[in-house]
Design a binder for this molecule. Sequence first.
Ligand code: HEC
Length: 499
Amino acid sequence: MMNQNKSGVKALLKIAFNYRYALLLIALVLVFVPFFPFPEKEASNTVFFLGRFHPLIVHFPIVLVFLALIFELLARIKWLKLTKTVQATLLGSGLFGSLVSLVMGLLLYATGEYSGDLVTRHLWGGVLLAITFCLACFFFLEHVFSNRKVHFISYLSLLVVANVALFYTSHQGGSLTHGADYLTEYMPVLGSPDEEEYEPKPMEEMLVYEDMIIPFLDKKCMSCHNTNKSKGGLVMTSYEAMLKGGKSGKATLKPGDHHESELIQRVVLPSDHDDHMPPEGKAPLSPEEISILEWWVREGADTDLKLEAAKEDPSIQSFIVEYLQDLEKQQRAKFMQEQALESMIVQVSNDKKFQLGMDKYGDGKIALSMAFPPSSFEDNDLTSLQPLFGQISKASLVASGISDDALYHIGQMDALKELYLQQTAIDGSGLVYLASLPNLQLLNLSKTNVNDGNLLHILRMEKLEELYLNDTEVSLEVIEAIKKNKPNLKVALERGNFF
Ligand code: HEC
C-alpha cells in the first residue's frame, strides 16, 4: 500500500517534470499581469463575489510557501529528514494556492473597490511572489531529476526570495485590511504626547515661510491647490511647485517682485473681483497675512528667512508681534483639538467594522470609511459614532449594509462634505434628511436603488457640486431636469472614485 502511494507520487512528479516548461511560461505571463488594463466599466456580481474570497483563501498559500522554506532549511541543518515527496506536495499545493489567490486578488482589484499606492504595491508583491515561487518549483523539478547542485542552489535562493516577497505582500495586504499602522499601533512608546507637552518652537529658530506663511496658506489656499486637486493648474503644497506656477503662465511667485507675483496680486484684488483668491465664499487672507506675504516676497521670498529679521524691520514689526501671539494661540488650540480628537477616535475605534482617519484637507476633521474585508456595518453601528458626528467631513459607507434610515443620522453630520453611498441598498427615501447638511459637496449614489421620485430631494442640497449616478434606475429625463434646475451641479454617470 505504502509503496503504491509512493510510486503514485513519483509518477506525478515525473509528469510534472515532463511539463516543467509550463512553469516558465506561467512565470512569463505573470510578468505582464500588473500592466493589464483593467476595464473601467462596472464589474459583474460574480467578479465581486469571487474577489471577496481573496482575503480568506490567501492564508493557505502563505502557510505553504513559508513551510516549504522552513522544512528545507531544517533539513539542511539535519534537524529533520525531508523526503522529496513531502517537499513536492508542499510546493505543489503552495503553487496552486498562490495562483488561485492571485487570480482572486486580481478579480478584487478589477472591482475597483481598492485603489491607491498600497494596493499597487500589494499587487506587485503578489505577482513577484507567484513568479519566484513558480521558478523555485521549476528548479526543484530539475534538481529532483538531475541532482545537480546548481539546480538546488537556484531552487533554494528562489524559495528565499519568494518568502521575502511573501512577507512584504502580506504586510501590504494587512495594512490595506487594518490600516497602515496596524502592526505598530500598540507598539510601546515612551511618553506619548499630551496637552502639557505642547512646546512652541523657540523664537530664534522660527522661519517666516515655514512658521508663519505655510500655516495660513495651508488653511486658506491648499484645499484647492494641492497635488490631488490643483485648480487653475496650480499646486501650492511646496515652494518648488509654487515657483512653477499655474495654467495662466504668469509667475505665481517672483522673488523680489510682488507686483509680478500672482500670489500677491490675486489676494489684493477687490473681494468681488472674479479673479480674487480665494474665490467668493471662502475665508480670505487677513490684512496682516497679506502684509507678511507681500513683505516676504519683496525681501526675496527666501525660505530660510528668519522671523527675527521681520521683527527688526519697522515696516512690518508692528503686527508681527501681535500676529505671533495669535499664531501661538491657534497652534496650541490645534494641538489640543487633535489630541482630543485622537482620544475620541481611540474610544470609538474598538469596533473594527470601520476606520477613522484624519481628513487631510478637512480642517482637522475626520474621514470615516468601512473596514476591509467588509464586515456587516449597519444602521446601529453608525449610532456608535454619535459623539463624533460633528467632526466627520468625509464618509464612505460603500458596500455597507445601511438602509435609508441611516441617512437620518448622517443628516446630523454638519461638517460633512463628501458622502459615498455606492453599492448600498438605499432607495433614496432617506435623502430628505441630507437636505439640511450645510456643507455637502459630493454625493455618490452609484449602484443603489435610488429612483426618480426620491432623487429629487437633492434639489434642496444647496452646496452640492458633484453627483454620481452610475448604474441606478434614475431616468435620463430626471437627470436632464436636475441639470436644468441646478446648472452648477456636475451630474456624472460614471462610477466615481471612493476611499
Ligand atoms: C475654492 C477653491 C480655491 C481656493 C480655496 C483658492 N483657489 Fe486659487 N484658484 C482656484 C481656481 C478655480 C483657479 C482657476 C481660475 C482662476 O484662475 O481664477 C485658481 C487660480 C489661482 C491662481 C492662478 C494660477 C494660474 O497661474 O493660472 C493663483 C495664483 C491662485 N489661485 C492663488 C490662490 C491663493 C493664494 C489662495 C489662498 C489665499 C487660493 N488660490 C485659494 C480655486 C481656489
